[in-house]
Design a protein around this ligand. Structure first.
Ligand code: HEM
Length: 168
């Protein structure tokens, strides 16, 4: 009996020995990414605001490419345009997470993010700073194993995005 339940349990939460040949993510990594992201999607706009406010606090120059660059960071969380932007970013990351098992869809989605940001003066460095901010925020709310899975995933995500940005 115990064997049956432990097999079912490990099947649901993913294996650690089956890395995807393209992304290197195991099915356990992908399970952790999807399950932790589901928590974030319980309050998408507020979590998007938390991410971008932390980003601008850590990297004030990043704000300079946005239309709300002149709004003081302390006032951003109540700015309607900023909140709408945060919501869009979170849903864009949601579509990345939703495609984590489908590499044929994942890569073009990431390339589109890179290409769509080229005319907005977004540099590789700004993308890398956002990655660092995401990992810092996740470190405050997730377990170590979950953050490690995100670290692996974001390595791939930002490599594909910044390559598309550079090729543009
Ligand atoms: C994973 C990384 C990112 C994702 C998924 C993402 C997603 C999005 C989305 C969905 C939009 C709105 C839809 C569109 O027009 O394409 C957008 C707009 C924008 N993003 Fe990003 N973004 C990312 C990183 C960045 C970074 C690092 C910067 C610069 C610091 C940036 C700057 C902008 C700007 C300036 C706009 C236009 C905002 C406006 O006109 O209101 N993005 N982004």
């Amino acid at each position: 009996m115990g064997g049956v339940w432990s097999w079912r349990g490990s099947n649901r939460t993913g294996r650690t020995d089956d890395p995807d040949p393209t992304t290197g993510l195991t099915s356990r990594d992908r399970y952790l990414i999807k399950s932790t992201w589901a928590n974030i999607m319980e309050s998408p706009t507020d979590n998007g605001v938390a991410l971008l406010v932390l980003y601008f606090e850590k990297f004030p120059d990043a704000k300079g490419v946005f239309p709300f660059k002149d709004v003081p960071t302390a006032e951003l969380s109540t700015n309607a345009r900023f909140r709408a932007h945060c919501n869009s970013v979170i849903y864009a990351v949601a579509s990345i997470v939703d495609s984590v098992d489908n590499i044929d869809l994942l890569v073009p989605i990431l390339e589109k993010v890179g290409r769509s940001h080229a005319p907005r003066n977004v540099t590789n460095e700004l993308f890398m700073q956002l990655k660092e901010t995401m990992l810092e925020l996740f470190g405050k709310i997730m377990k170590k194993e979950e953050v490690e899975a995100w670290k692996k995933a974001l390595e791939v995500v930002f490599t594909v995005i910044t390559k598309a940005l550079a090729d543009n």
